[in-house]
Design a binder for this molecule. Structure first.
Ligand code: ADP
Ligand code: ZN
Ligand code: ZN
Length: 651
């Protein structure tokens, strides 16, 4: 037992603090302790042991209490937290806290009970394509693979058998899914295959259940860990395989500090622990696609639908001549479907703005002349703003593309769509699924269950429904307005729109042989929408990656986003400007600073938000300079600063 301890706390500080280790039950690395920190008592994580004190002994405080009898983190987790602190500009204590969230925002209940699944199901006989893919990922030399294939092409079965092979070799498996509640089939399948050897970690577990699962993994009782983003930290002693299902999903990126990406952490663990990483999707992210093109990730392709079903007919609906939110053709399709005893789904894009500015004749939108991203229309100030660089113009009186005077803003919110649907289909039962339903425990499952049992005719939901779409009676799917995400002031707008349409189309045809997908748009000639409707992925990625290269966006550059928040708009803006000015000298000359600009979500709960976007061809120099500059920079009073390395959203 060491006489002194190094302890980190859940705060944005790089430092570890020294304490005397003379509690009744002495602590050791990986255990949590309660200790005096500043003027309060705080929970800390022991990350080191010292025989000699490294600060003047008179200043050393003692641990108040040791919380864990057994270490909660092994040396690998502690090392990973150091890597995260460096990579994401957070404190190592924040990184450890993120690995095992304390459950502040979590509610109780468990969706899956391991004990219910004792029957071990036998694996399916693989198709030739599946067998080839499995053979590569279990014996190939590269270590990082991408299983690319349409929905229903049998990716899950390949993942499960790769997991079996890994277990047989005496090593553990992490299987990441975007959202547990929406990927119940995968969890069920894994449970039936691996029974008690599975641990399921998800945000709806109570803190004590989560801790119990974590300890089962530490003790080696659970060797297959299934979960959303944070399951990437599962403390498996001998990690052999990480699966990232639906790799393109934005939920793999953390929305709070530390803003890690599960794919990045998985790549780090793969390299550090000698494991294999397998990602999979029907619509890979543009980053992943370019890694495959460059040969850094080996692409394994599945081309056949194993469960049968034909791809649905995808139709593009021109909204320029329509009055409401639901076109005549979509309304007819919904009524036909209802008459035939089927159900319909209407997708809205949650991430879309309710207001955007466009030409009603040619559907041109107004773009920034510096950044080429869409300008956002601010109705209250009657101006168009670029949220990357701050460029601002008054709305034009005529369309810069076609000269038409029929220009203006449109609104397309959830409420309006529900209203229109209610008016158009007074005799149909409509269920609505939105962000609120996912936060309330059991609500999401209840709504989806009701719809599956036929208790409603139309399900109105945001794109999250696309993930869990497995409703045998659904015949018609409408994407209410594909443009809402296409017009986002974000360089990933085209990618998100494309993947939404392809995912929706892929799932609609999974169960219904005569499925119809209607994609409503003001831009029926947009290449993104046409390629999505045609399901031409290679052509889309070629186009999109060429545009990214041309405009200098990832994967051809790396970005760091810095957001300044304050109750006072002026303070946030001034802090951003001051930071830009003072950081400039220390940054390599090739680093561009875009902004200060107001964030697209400029005001959140009364707090003003301004941002800087730093851009460079390579992360290394920019990252190192920021690592030196950030901790020493004095954030002005009344302002909060947040950094985001490789941001996935610039909202
Ligand atoms: P994906 O994950 O690619 O969307 P799934 O793994 O869900 O596809 O597979 C779709 C369907 O095909 C499932 O019902 C699954 O049971 C079935 N399936 C997968 N592999 C095979 C196989 N080798 N033989 C028969 N059916 C299979
Ligand atoms: Zn026009
Ligand atoms: Zn701009």
């Amino acid at each position: 037992m060491s006489a002194f301890l190094k302890v980190v706390f859940d705060v944005p500080l790089a430092d570890a603090f020294t304490y005397r280790n003379d509690a009744e039950d002495p602590a050791s690395v990986g255990r949590r302790v309660a200790a005096p920190f500043g003027r309060r008592q705080a929970t800390g994580y022991v990350v080191g042991e010292l025989d000699e004190c490294d600060i003047p002994e008179a200043q050393v405080k003692r641990i108040t209490r040791v919380i864990d009898k057994e270490p909660l983190f092994d040396a690998r987790s502690v090392e990973l937290s150091r890597w995260m602190a460096g990579m994401y500009f957070c404190g190592p204590g924040e990184a450890l806290a993120a690995m095992l969230p304390s459950g502040r925002r979590e509610s109780g209940g468990s969706l899956f009970e391991a004990d219910e699944f004792d029957i071990e199901e036998r694996p399916l006989a693989l198709s030739q394509e599946q067998a080839d893919a499995l053979a590569r990922m279990t014996s190939g030399p590269s270590g990082t693979y991408y299983l690319y294939g349409l929905t229903g092409s049998g990716k899950t079965e390949v993942f499960l058998q790769a997991a079996e092979a890994t277990l047989a070799a005496g090593r553990g498996v992490i299987y990441l899914v975007p959202e547990i509640a929406l990927t119940g089939q995968v969890v069920d399948a894994a449970m039936r295959r691996f029974g008690r050897r599975c641990a399921v970690i998800h945000s709806r577990l109570t803190p004590s259940r989560k801790l119990a699962e974590w300890r089962r993994i530490l003790r080696g009782e659970a060797e297959v860990v299934i979960g959303a983003r944070s399951a990437v930290f599962a403390p498996l002693a001998r990690l052999g395989l990480v699966v990232i299902d639906e790799e393109h999903e934005s939920s793999y990126k953390a929305g709070n500090a530390p803003r890690y990406h599960a794919r990045q952490v998985a790549m780090r663990r793969r390299a550090a622990e000698g494991a294999v990483l397998v990602m999979g999707s029907a619509t890979p992210s543009a980053e992943a696609w370019s890694l495959m093109e460059e040969g850094n990730v080996e692409r394994l392709v599945l081309t056949k639908r194993l469960a049968g079903g034909a791809p649905p007919v995808v139709e593009i609906v021109d909204m320029r001549k329509e009055e409401g939110c639901i076109s005549g053709r979509l309304a007819d399709a919904i009524r036909d479907t209802h008459r035939a005893g089927g159900q319909s789904i209407l997708f809205l894009n949650r991430r879309g703005f309710s207001y955007f500015f466009r030409c009603r004749s040619c559907a041109a939108e107004i773009r920034c002349r510096n950044c080429s991203v869409s300008l956002t229309f601010h109705k209250d100030r009657n101006s168009l703003v670029c949220h990357y660089c701050g460029y601002r113009v008054s709305p034009p009186r005529s369309c810069p593309e076609c000269g038409s005077l029929d220009v203006g803003w449109s609104g397309f919110g959830t409420e309006r769509v529900e209203e229109d649907a209610g008016r158009l289909f007074p005799d149909l039962r409509i269920l609505r699924l939105d962000a609120d339903s996912t936060s309330k425990k059991g609500e999401l499952e209840r709504i989806l269950g009701d719809f599956r049992e036929g208790k409603a005719d139309i399900l109105l939901g945001t794109q999250m429904v696309a993930k869990g779409l497995n409703f045998p009676r659904v015949k018609t799917v409408g994407v209410v307005l594909a443009d809402t995400s296409l017009n986002l002031p974000d360089f990933r707008a085209a990618e998100r729109t494309f993947s939404l349409v392809v995912q929706v189309a892929g799932r609609a045809g999974r169960f219904t042989p005569d499925g119809r997908v209607l994609v409503q748009t003001y831009r029926p000639d947009s290449a993104v929408i046409k390629l999505a409707a045609a399901g031409d992925l290679p052509a889309f990625y070629r186009l999109e990656l060429a545009a990214r290269r041309e405009l200098g966006f990832p994967p051809y550059t790396r970005l760091v986003r810095i957001v300044f928040r304050s109750k006072e708009r002026g303070k946030a803006r001034d802090a951003a400007a001051l930071f830009a000015h003072e950081a400039r000298a220390g940054l390599p000359p090739d680093v561009e600073i875009l902004g200060p600009a107001e964030c697209p979500l400029a005001l959140v709960a009364g707090t003003a938000r301004w941002q800087l976007i730093l851009r460079a061809a390579e992360l290394k120099g920019m990252h190192a300079a920021l690592g030196a500059f950030l901790p020493a920079w004095g954030v002005p009073p009344g302002v909060r600063m947040e950094t985001d390395v490789d941001p996935t959203s610039l909202m």
